[in-house]
Design a protein around this ligand. Structure first.
Ligand code: BT5
Length: 322
């Protein structure tokens, strides 16, 4: 923990009683002037900190920012051993990849409240304005590279369960979209480094639209807060980030323990395609299957039924057939 986070943590622990600058300075072995500087920076970041004569400092309110200190205070699952990040990042996936390459353990996460170069799949852009939650998780699944693809569905399911815990009725669109009322509320981007028979690391990135941004957002986007009505107050961005981390840890644990087969029914219960007539294309735009979407199988493959035959599809882009 850096010194600023230690100051924040001391304020949190003190609660409404407050804590004197002198006591914090003694505990952290820094000067009272240094404490005052940290308090000033925290206030700039949006923390409400009152200074009471004779009593010291008291934390009145925290900013609605998914920064590490706020998210770490709310995460429950011990799977998460290290939470990095800040208010803004070019791309939390790039940050997490850097951490993974330098040996970060499984359970490392990077969070941000805005991205300047957010990425989707296949070189697409992920609009990442203030108001969303952007996070990336380092995983070391003990799997052969060919068995990794269901992980996008596992992460999507974890995100869905997290958003449901706030009262949102979400659906999953194969392979990596989380939908809310017809729009896309979250997307998953998996990136990995592997040798021929062993995965070195996977970085799972998730972008979640929480508050509708001031400027027009991405076309087709949905926003969690819009759907929650009276329940929206509990969905602060740190709370959403923490719930998503906990949801993904839980789904990932079930996946590693019993395989995707144990999660397929939960995934299919939220299937947005739900017997729709679809066309699936590969990255080059060539059609790989078309027919009725019948949910996913125990390996996370989309089952497409066409004149009696059922084709299991491993990867691709799904569109509805007109
Ligand atoms: C995804 O790609 O859905 C994966 C998005 C992953 C974003 C996270 S944020 C944290 C981490 N760091 C990163 O840099 N990325 C990850 P894809 O299926 O390719 O969908 C991209 C498409 O979704 C775009 O072409 C737009 O049509 C649409 N889109 C872009 N931004 C959106 C947004 N904020 N909300 C809804 N839809 C969006």
């Amino acid at each position: 923990m850096n010194t600023r986070d230690a100051v924040l943590s001391a304020l949190r622990t003190a609660g409404s009683a407050g804590v004197s600058g002198e006591a914090m300075a003694a505990d952290l072995r820094i000067s009272r002037a240094a404490i005052a500087k940290h308090i000033a920076v925290l206030r700039q970041q949006g923390y409400g900190i009152s200074a009471l004569p004779g009593l010291g400092y008291r934390l009145e309110n925290v900013p609605d920012l998914p920064v590490p200190a706020e998210v770490a205070a709310l995460v429950r699952d011990p799977f998460w051993v290290r939470i990095e990040g800040g208010e803004v990042s070019p791309s939390t996936n790039d940050d997490a990849r850097r951490h993974a390459r330098s040996g970060a353990p499984e359970g490392t996460a990077v969070v941000a409240g805005r991205q300047t170069g957010g990425r989707g799949r296949l070189g697409r852009v992920w609009e990442s304005p203030e108001g969303g939650v952007y996070l990336s998780m380092v995983l070391h699944p003990p799997l052969a590279p060919a068995l990794v693809s269901p992980l996008a569905l596992v992460v999507g399911l974890g995100v869905a369960e997290a958003l449901e815990s706030f009262g949102a009725a979400v659906r999953l669109k194969w392979p990596n979209d989380v939908l809310l009322g017809g729009g896309k509320v979250a997307g998953v981007l998996l990136e990995m480094s592997a040798e021929a028979d062993r995965v070195e690391w996977v970085v799972a990135g998730v972008g979640i639209n929480v508050d509708r941004p001031a400027e027009a957002g991405a076309g087709g986007a949905a926003y969690l807060k819009d759907a929650l009505g009276g329940a929206a107050a509990s969905a602060t961005r740190p709370a959403v980030a923490a719930a998503v981390l906990d949801g993904v840890a839980s789904a990932y644990r079930r996946f590693l323990g019993s395989g995707f087969g144990a999660l397929a029914a939960d995934w299919n219960a939220r299937d947005a395609l739900d017997l729709a007539d679809v066309v699936v294309r590969n990255a080059q735009g060539d059609e790989v299957a078309s027919g009725r979407a019948e949910g996913v199988d125990g390996e996370g493959r989309l089952l497409v039924a066409d004149s009696g035959a059922v084709i299991p599809v491993v990867a691709g882009e799904v569109t509805l057939r007109q």
